[in-house]
Design a protein around this ligand. Sequence first.
Ligand code: MN
Ligand code: MN
Length: 466
Amino acid sequence: MAEKSIGNEMLDKLSYKKQNVYENASPETVKKIFDYADGYVRLLDNAKTEREAVRTAVKLAEDAGFRSYTLGDKISVGDNLYCNNRGKSVVFIHVGDDDIESEGVRIIASHIDSPRLDIKPIPLYEDSNMCFLKTHYYGGIKKYQWTATPLALHGVIVKADGETVDVKIGDEPGDPVFYVNDLLPHLSQKQYGETLGNAIPGETLNVLIGGMPYADDEVSEKVKLNTLSLLFEKYGMCEEDFMSAELTMVPAFNARDIGFDRALIGAYGHDDKVCSYPALTALLENKNTKKTVIVVFADKEETGSDGVTGMQSDILTDIIAEISAALGKNERVVRAHSKCLSADVTAAYDPNFADVYEKRNSSIISCGAAIAKYTGARGKSSTNDASAELLGYVRKLFRDNGVIFQVSEMGKVDAGGGGTVAKYISLHNIDTIDIGVPVISMHAPFEVVSKADIYSTFEALSVFVK
Ligand code: MN
Ligand code: MN
C-alpha cells in the first residue's frame, strides 16, 4: 500500500469526520444490525400506545427474569425488578454490587407515548348518513398528515361497573379501519390559500366510524344508533362509557423496511420507542452488571411530561430513595454521583428541507447515535445543556468501546426547536445528557430511521450500563 502523504496524515490526525456505520461494516456486522432491528420491530408493532408498550416491554423483562416491584417492597443487591406505574409508564431496575454513594446509579430515560388523535369524552355523532368520533390531538402533529390514511382504534374503556375493557381494532388483516376525511382538490381553492397549519382545523379531525342505519323508522339518528348497538355488542359499552375511556386513533399500518437495500425502517411511533428498545435491551444484556441501573419508560413526553406517569412525577427519585434506603446509603449523595442518558430521538438532516438545517451540526442518518449537548429554542431557552465534562465522559466511553456516534443540534439557530425529558431529570441534581436515534419526518404517522443508528444507540447505551 502506498504511503500516505504528510498532509493526509495530518488530516487524519487533526480533523473530525462523521462515519457512516454501514460503510466498512462487515457482512456479519450488517447481519447483526438487521437482526437487532427485527427485534425492535416486533416490539414496535405491539406498542402503538404507552399501555401496549408497557405490556410488551414487561413481558420481555419477565422473560429475562425481572420481577414486579411496588414501592415499599424489599430491595437487595442483585435484584432485577420492574415497577409498573399505572400501566402507562414503567421503570426497570438492576441493583448492582458497586457502592452507589461513590458510583451513583446509571439512568437511561426514554418515552413510550407518541403523537396521535385522542377521542373526546363525548365523541359520537351522526351527520349526513355518516357516524363520526370527535378527537383532540395529542402532541405535536401536522394535522394534514392524519387525513385520508387508515387508522386503528386502541385504548381502554372503564365501564359504569368499573370493569376495564381493552380495545384494539384496525391492525389485523380483515379488521375494519377508521378514517379522517380530506377535501377533494376540485373544491380546495380556498384551502390552498390557507397556511399549512390552518388548512386542517383541529375540529375537523373527526373520525369516520360508520355508515349503516339502524332498521327502525321511529328513531332519528339511525347511523349513530346502529354504531352504538355494534359497540354494545362488541364491548358491552354505552355512549356514557366514552367519558371514562382512553381511546386513541393511531395509524393502522405496521413497520416496514424502506428501500431496496432495507437499510431504513418506516413506522409509526419511532419517537421514542426507537430509543426505549435499545434502553431496555442494553439493560437485559447487562442484567448482572456491578452498576446499579434504572431504565425509565416515561409517558406524556409529547404533551410536556406532566402528570403522574410523566417524567416530572416523583417516581424516579422515589425509586432511587428506596434503593438507597435498602442499601443503607444517603439518597442525596447517590443522586449527586449519578449519570443519566436521556434517550430521545433527534431530527436527521433532510436534504429535501435543507434550508432549516445547518448541515455541519446536524445529525446525518446512519452516522450513529446522536448526542445533543443541548436542545431548546431561541438562544438555548429551556434546555438542560450538559456540561463539557459529561460530554467528555461519554465521548471517551464511546471511543474506548468502538461505538460510532455523532454530536448534533436539531436545526438552524432560530428555525424552531424542541425539548426532551433531560431538563426534568437534571433538576434532581443528576448529570444528564441527550442521546438518540436521528429521525426523518419526526411526528409523522410514518417516520423513518436507519437500522444502523438503532444498533449504534444500543451499543452506546450498553457500554454506559455495562
Ligand atoms: Mn421524543
Ligand atoms: Mn416527540
